[in-house]
Design a binder for this molecule. Structure first.
Ligand code: C2E
Ligand code: MG
Ligand code: MG
Length: 555
């Protein structure tokens, strides 16, 4: 029983560590010692012989031989025990090492997994969630809210006012730090259940779940506004910005998935009203701003592939040959038919949609250039660029990527900027024109004559081409004064080394006068209307044909 107790203590010892294990070891040894001694004395006590008993093996067993045998057997036994315990200890240490490593590998795997999750769902600059995580949370919140009609959800769209000048004048490093600080201040005001995400350069969205009423969201929005309005300290500079916040509240009815778009629309309303304010989404006002629902349709037009490009030929003044075309955007609306650009481009510009649309236009134009080149037609394609596109930091890089992607000669692409685009940020426009020129892309100054028509601007911007608006062209055949102005502009442009394109040529008389005045290229309904690319090129002809109005099918 004592040996059994000693073995029990010994096996139990494996679960113990340090001093406790040593104590258990001593206890097991003592109990085992007691068991052995107990055996010995019990045995001795049992071996009692009556006096005069005769021992037959008295001389057979004993002496030095027996002593040597006992010593040898003991040494062998002890050696075997020693060797087995060494092996046991080694195996135990190895098993411990393996267990530790496994634990480590598991931890490393978990850490790597956490990092991947963080990268996939968080904005690397500010560390707050990104749009993917936000959309996921919004879906989840809407699903929960559908079961609990008393709880409300709100989305706040926060766009910083005055961030771009900070970025432009202090550099991107300061801009990045400012964004981090803004994110920090916004986050500090949020509850643990709210989701703050960065969704664009200086745009954040905030999802508020479990609201009692809309007022709660409005109060928070004002606190956020105040927080952003306090001065920031970045690298020793005191920076001041503000925010425009749009707020949309979901009360169970309507389409919850439009919540973000509604908050976005409200944010634009706040911006239009001068910025630094909170605007609550108002369905009635929104309908007034977008009475026909065109804006909401436009948001999905790109995905549904409803946009397409028409091309209007530009004809060489002297030879009458088609040298190039202007790409003009069209929207094949499923219910309204063909929507002209002036009906939707201002809307796209006001809501930032012109950026993705503009990239699509550039890509499609480059693809078309490549296709025509493959058929032996080297046609220049002019693309209209809007101010918001010019403001994109990576605008030129993305054009470069598209040119490479389609493998076209960059000199076949012409980017058209209007004066209002240039006026938006003259320095940036100049920078973009210079970078495009360095890449070999040509540039044109569009609609000359409609804005300020500043001659200084004409000289300052290094565009290759000047496009004179149809307002100037209209009276050129009938009015000597208009002709005089046109002549001066053509001469000036030529003196500055620019080619001149006259837009809106509708009659043969206008054409004759413009050619006589030295216009390099002419564009207008007299030659052809904008048309689908399949109408423009006659695939059977092998070389560009000299122009005749019948060359083109009117679109
Ligand atoms: P724009 O760049 O000045 O384009 C010329 C406009 O004049 C085109 O109108 C064209 O159809 C029209 N036009 C051409 N010849 C004549 C003519 O003989 N008589 C008259 N009355 N009009 C003529 P469209 O296609 O409606 O485009 C209007 C404007 O929309 C364009 O003016 C341009 O500023 C803008 N736009 C078109 N496509 C794009 C685009 O892809 N991106 C951007 N940002 N703007 C675009
Ligand atoms: Mg144009
Ligand atoms: Mg124009």
């Amino acid at each position: 029983m004592a040996s059994a107790a000693a073995l029990l203590i010994f096996f139990g010892m494996r679960r113990l560590r340090g001093l406790q294990a040593r104590l258990a070891q001593v206890a097991a040894a003592l109990v085992m010692g007691a068991a052995i001694s107990g055996m010995h004395y019990t045995g001795m006590a049992a071996a009692g012989f009556p006096e005069g008993t005769l021992c037959l093996s008295a001389d057979a067993l004993g002496g030095d031989n027996l002593g040597a045998l006992v010593i040898a057997a003991t040494v062998v036994l002890l050696s075997i025990t020693l060797v087995t315990s060494i092996i046991d200890a080694r195996l135990q240490a190895h098993a411990n090492r393996l267990a530790n490593r496994l634990e480590l590998t598991n931890r490393e795997l978990q850490e790597a997994n956490d990092e991947l999750q963080r990268l996939a769902f968080n904005d690397p600059l500010t560390g707050v969630p990104n749009l993917a995580r936000f959309d996921d949370r919004l879906q989840h919140a809407l699903a929960l809210a559908s079961r609990r009609p008393d709880r409300r959800i709100a989305v706040l769209f926060i766009d910083l006012d005055g961030f771009k000048p900070v970025n432009d004048s202090w550099g991107h490093a300061v801009g990045d730090q400012l964004l981090r600080q803004v994110a920090g201040r916004l986050r500090a005001l949020c509850r643990a259940t709210d989701t703050l995400a960065r969704v664009g350069g200086d745009e954040f969205v905030l999802l508020l779940e479990d609201l009692d009423d809309a007022v709660q969201a409005e109060v928070l929005a004002r606190r956020l506004l105040n927080a952003v309005g306090r001065p920031f300290e970045v690298e020793g500079h005191e920076l001041r910005i503000a925010a425009s916040i749009g707020l949309a509240v979901h009360d169970g009815g309507g389409d919850g998935l439009r919540l973000k778009a509604q908050a976005d629309a409200a944010m634009y309303a706040a911006k239009r009203a001068g910025g630094n304010q909170v605007e609550l989404f108002d369905p009635a006002r929104h309908r007034a701003a977008d009475p026909s629902g065109l804006l909401s349709d436009l948001r999905s037009a790109l995905e549904r592939q409803e946009l397409c490009l028409f091309y209007q030929p530009k004809v060489c003044g002297r030879s009458g040959r088609v040298r190039g075309v202007e790409a003009l955007l069209r929207w094949r609306h499923p219910a309204r038919g063909m929507v002209p650009p002036l009906d939707f481009i201002p809307l796209a510009e006001a809501h930032g949609l012109i950026v993705p649309i503009g990239y699509w236009v550039l890509d499609e134009a480059c693809r078309q250039i490549a296709q025509w080149c493959a058929r032996g037609r080297r046609l220049h394609v002019a693309v209209n660029i809007s101010a918001l596109q010019v403001r994109q930091r990576d605008f030129v890089d993305r054009i470069d990527a598209k040119i490479r992607r389609h493998g076209i000669d960059p000199s076949l692409l012409i980017c058209e900027f209007t004066e209002s685009v240039a006026m938006d940020d003259v320095q940036r426009t100049q920078q973009v024109i210079d970078q495009l020129s360095a890449m070999g892309v040509r540039t044109a100054f569009d609609d000359f004559g409609t804005g300020h028509s500043s001659l200084a601007m004409l000289r300052q911007l290094g565009a290759h081409e000047l496009k004179i608006d149809r307002l100037f062209v209209k009276d050129v055949a009938s009015d000597a004064q208009a002709r005089g102005v046109m002549q001066a502009v053509v001469q000036l442009a030529h003196a500055l080394g620019k080619r001149v394109v006259a837009e809106g040529v509708e009659t043969a008389e206008q054409r004759d006068v413009l050619v006589a005045l030295g216009c390099d290229e002419l564009q207008g309904f007299y030659f052809a209307r904008p048309m689908a690319p399949e109408h423009l090129i006659d695939d059977d002809a092998t070389a560009p044909v000299p122009f005749s109005p019948s060359t083109f099918v009117e679109a």
